[in-house]
Design a binder for this molecule. Structure first.
Ligand SMILES: CC(C)(COP(=O)(O)OP(=O)(O)OC[C@H]1O[C@@H](n2cnc3c(N)ncnc32)[C@H](O)[C@@H]1OP(=O)(O)O)[C@@H](O)C(=O)NCCC(=O)NCCS
Length: 324
């Protein structure tokens, strides 16, 4: 039996913020942002817009492509650190919106690595034999957690949601391995205190001490090592090696990080799907948005070996290997 990904979906806010838009707010410019990150634009939620709408749209698409109804689901897991409420969880709000009550629905919080952490949950559920069809969503709105005065962070992040539907089916296709790891000792490389959110179009400023704090250059090095090492571990656990990889869909934080990871793994960039240029770093949403895009573009075929790997605040990191 294998937990196969049978449906994908994604949704992003309508508002596009280009690098030129940001250069009107902070001392930055298009060339700096592109050369250091690869990012050209990102999408951001405005005041009054709600991440739950994106989660719902992405989930409906994933259910449609899977050809199943929300009533067929047996679990809903949402990877997010952006819930509007301390409780209920975003997953419970999504559950009622989808009309899928009376099944487990809960959030997993591992920042940008959240989607892969969610994969480890659904993978274990599938292996238990107790769950068949499951919905896994990755969604975040970090644009409301940056200080729009901090050029080092506000240029990096965007908002969005992506979703997959898994179904446990006979055969050897589906999730082959998932490895997750974390290092609390490195928490100060990337963090944000809870309590204050501010969309890019909102009056006022993030209070001193709040907003995402990041030690960019140190994080860069850890991320490259963690993303490549954990992908190699997950491949090894599946009895595979980097040369078996058909497509890697990594967390989209920075094009240079992605290129360095591919390089360390000996993968050509033709085997890596990137969309950081158009969406920036959408945290837990980045892998499912990119995966949905790759599927719709016909880049993934039956029996392809697909690697999903991410690294984020915590620090947390992980990788999943899927036989499509
Ligand atoms: C953030 C990051 C793009 C910065 O790139 P970098 O090449 O390391 O740049 P540095 O931080 O060393 O900054 C170089 C200079 O650019 C300046 N700078 C920072 N942000 C800038 C911006 N948006 N526009 C223009 N200049 C900027 C810095 O102030 C610094 O100036 P100084 O030399 O006068 O002090 C890079 O470190 C990175 O991507 N790190 C990982 C971030 C990440 O992935 N986070 C999420 C993980 S889930």
């Amino acid at each position: 039996m294998g937990a196969r990904i049978v449906g994908t979906g994604s949704a992003v806010p309508a508002t596009r913020l280009t690098n030129d838009d940001l250069s009107e707010r902070v001392a930055t410019n298009h060339d700096w942002i592109v050369s250091r990150t690869g990012i050209h634009e990102r999408r951001a939620l405005k005041q009054g817009e709600d991440l739950i709408d994106l989660m719902h749209a992405a989930s409906v698409q994933a259910l449609q492509t899977a050809g199943i109804s929300a009533k067929d689901l047996q679990a809903i897991v949402v990877a997010t650190v952006s819930g509007e409420y301390y409780f209920p969880s975003a997953a419970c709000l999504l559950q009622t919106r989808l009309g899928a009550d009376n099944i487990p629905a809960f959030d997993v919080g591992a920042a940008c690595a959240g989607f892969v952490y969610g994969m480890s949950v659904v993978h274990s559920y599938a292996k238990s034999g107790d769950y068949g069809k499951m919905l896994l969503v990755g969604a975040d709105a970090l644009s409301s957690m940056v200080s729009w005065k901090d050029r080092a962070t506000c240029v990096l992040f965007g908002d969005g949601a992506g979703a997959i539907v898994l179904d446990t089916q006979p055969g050897d296709r589906g999730l082959l391995s998932t490895v997750i790891e974390s290092s609390g000792a490195l928490w100060e490389l990337l963090y944000v205190r809870s309590g204050h959110r501010l969309t890019f179009d909102q009056e006022g400023e993030m209070p001193e001490g709040w907003g995402i704090k990041m030690k960019g250059p140190e994080l860069f090095k850890v991320a490259v090592r963690a993303l490549s090492d954990v992908a190699n571990k997950a491949l090894h656990r599946a009895g595979l090696a980097p040369q078996d990889v058909s497509l890697m869909v990594p967390h989209q934080a920075n094009l240079r990080i992605i290129q360095a990871v591919a390089d360390r793994m000996g993968l050509g960039m033709d085997k890596v799907h990137c969309n950081v240029q158009r969406f920036g770093n959408t945290s837990a949403a980045s892998i499912p948005i990119a995966l949905d895009e790759a599927v719709r573009a016909g880049k993934i075929h039956d029996n392809d070996i697909v690697v999903l790997n991410a690294c984020g605040g915590g620090l947390t990191w992980g990788a999943s290997v899927v036989r499509w």
